[in-house]
Design a protein around this ligand. Structure first.
Ligand SMILES: *[C@@H]1O[C@H](CO)[C@@H](O)[C@H](O)[C@H]1NC(C)=O
Ligand SMILES: *[C@@H]1O[C@H](CO)[C@@H](O)[C@H](O)[C@H]1NC(C)=O
Ligand SMILES: *[C@@H]1O[C@H](CO)[C@@H](O)[C@H](O)[C@H]1NC(C)=O
Ligand SMILES: *[C@@H]1O[C@H](CO)[C@@H](O)[C@H](O)[C@H]1NC(C)=O
Ligand SMILES: *[C@@H]1O[C@H](CO)[C@@H](O)[C@H](O)[C@H]1NC(C)=O
Length: 415
């Protein structure tokens, strides 16, 4: 008799405990829910919807994986390639308001299907990335680590747009100003300042590069606390992720032209003075960039390359973003990009991408009238750089060449 009574008490206590667990658990889900749907930029306040039903019937799911399932319900529509499904435009206003955090698509009817070449091109670029990430002969620092092991500060180039479900990894010197402009327009973060514009070029340059304009992954920590990592992963899974790259050597020429051939006080003080001191026999370089330019002094392209190859440079601080390798900025082996644009095919790629993102009736990619650095100048620029240095430089940027399908510049390396 004693054992059966013990058993009954045990069952009752057990059930009570389970019920208690469920109550606590619900509370937690409610709390996290509050975090998950904080709007990115100030906009109309939206009531937090009450969860309709518990996701799945898993008995003892881990807290976070359950949130994952929960969040996924809401994010479901926001993935990759466009489907041909028409938007369900039957929801009425109040339902729409509740669904504001579902990535929004600005529909445009296309009479012509996307050119198959463009689709194939993306397919090839994505496949190449996968192959190179899996190929052990392509080695670089940080390749093997998991997403969780990437420090927050290295996620500062990933700009998130929750409204449309887009993540953009910006690479300086690869049309990044214009793509940042597009991200600003999509995020509608200028609306409250009374600038309801859709013209990317109307956004002033200093605003474009002001980091307060962009919600990047490294800011998640501040907003979402302990949920940050998890939320990043959910967004990475559900959102459309893109980046733009270009020939790595041409990018370096472009960086040099932009930062050292034109007077730039900041870059002069932080980098040019160092180069002049170290490689140009100028123990006391002019104090300001104006003074230096009036004396016709600036580091040569060859000095710049020397600076990049100098082991001391990376010891002092990580490469500046204008010449940091794309694999270090965008983590292409941890993040599966849906779209890889090349600057060399920028216009076609932009059109394809905006269509893929379904925002091509909101924004247009501004065509550049600037004097772009052309690949054909490469041999001229590198003529002052010793062949040995070119080979070392190639090693430094080899992962970018291989990951993104840029040919090894044999003519430069075998002279
Ligand atoms: C909108 O939806 C709400 C709740 O689903 C419903 O009560 C209301 O009648 C609907 N309004 C219209 C105009 O369909
Ligand atoms: C990995 O890359 C090397 C070239 O460095 C190539 O020869 C090899 O076939 C690649 N391996 C795979 C599995 O693709
Ligand atoms: C990554 O892992 C592969 C085998 O899985 C190993 O051969 C390679 O050395 C590792 N690379 C780095 C940079 O740790
Ligand atoms: C960036 O913008 C914020 C507010 O919009 C402003 O306070 C700040 O000074 C700006 N920073 C720079 C570097 O312009
Ligand atoms: C573009 O820049 C190159 C080199 O900086 C210069 O030689 C060329 O004249 C420029 N072209 C135009 C149209 O400005």
């Amino acid at each position: 008799m004693g054992t059966s009574r013990m058993f009954r008490i045990f069952v009752v206590l057990g059930s009570a405990f389970m019920i208690l667990l469920i109550i606590i658990y619900w509370d937690d889900v409610g709390a996290s829910h509050f975090y998950l749907h904080t709007p990115v930029s100030p906009g109309p306040k939206v009531p937090h919807p009450v969860p309709q039903k518990r996701p799945q019937t898993s008995r003892a799911p881990s807290f976070l994986s359950d949130i994952d399932a929960f969040v996924n319900q809401f994010l479901e529509p926001g993935t990759g390639e466009p489907t041909d499904a028409a938007p369900a435009d039957t929801s009425n206003q109040s339902e729409k308001a509740e669904e504001r955090y579902i990535p929004r698509r600005e529909w445009k009817i296309h009479l012509t299907p996307l050119a198959p070449e463009l689709r194939d091109r993306q397919e090839q670029r994505r496949r190449l990335l996968q192959e190179m990430c899996a190929n052990d002969s392509v080695l670089f620092h940080g390749k093997n680590r998991s997403f969780d092991d990437i420090p927050n500060k290295e996620l500062d180039h990933l700009i998130v747009d929750d409204r449309h479900g887009i993540i953009y990894c910006y690479v300086p010197k690869v049309a990044c100003s214009n793509w940042k402009r597009i991200m600003i327009i999509l995020s509608e973060s200028l609306l409250q300042e009374g600038v309801p514009q859709r013209d990317p070029l109307a956004i002033p340059r200093d605003l474009v590069h002001n980091s307060s304009m962009h919600f990047t992954f490294n800011k998640f920590w501040k907003r979402y606390g302990k949920f940050a990592r998890h939320l990043m992963k959910v967004k990475l899974k559900k959102y459309t992720k893109f980046l733009f790259v270009r020939d790595p050597f041409v990018r370096l020429i472009s960086a040099y032209r932009n930062k050292f051939e034109l007077p730039n006080e900041d870059f002069y003080r932080r980098f040019a003075q160092v180069m002049l001191r170290r490689y140009a026999n100028q123990p006391t370089p002019p104090a300001s960039v104006d003074e230096a330019f009036s004396l016709g002094i600036h580091p040569s392209f060859s000095h710049f390359i020397q600076y990049l190859l100098d082991p001391q440079t990376e010891k002092d601080m990580p490469f500046n973003e204008h010449w940091r390798q794309v694999y270090r900025l965008c983590h292409p082996c941890q993040i599966q990009y849906d779209f890889v644009g090349h600057l060399e095919t920028a216009e076609e790629d932009a059109e394809h991408l905006l269509r893929l993102l379904r925002v091509d009736n909101v924004v247009e990619f501004p065509t550049s009238s600037r004097n772009l650095t052309a690949s054909s100048w490469e041999s001229d620029w590198f003529s002052t750089v010793p062949v040995e240095a070119r080979r070392e430089l190639y090693k430094l940027y080899e992962p970018d060449f291989r990951l993104f399908g840029y040919e090894k510049p044999d003519s430069l390396l075998n002279e």
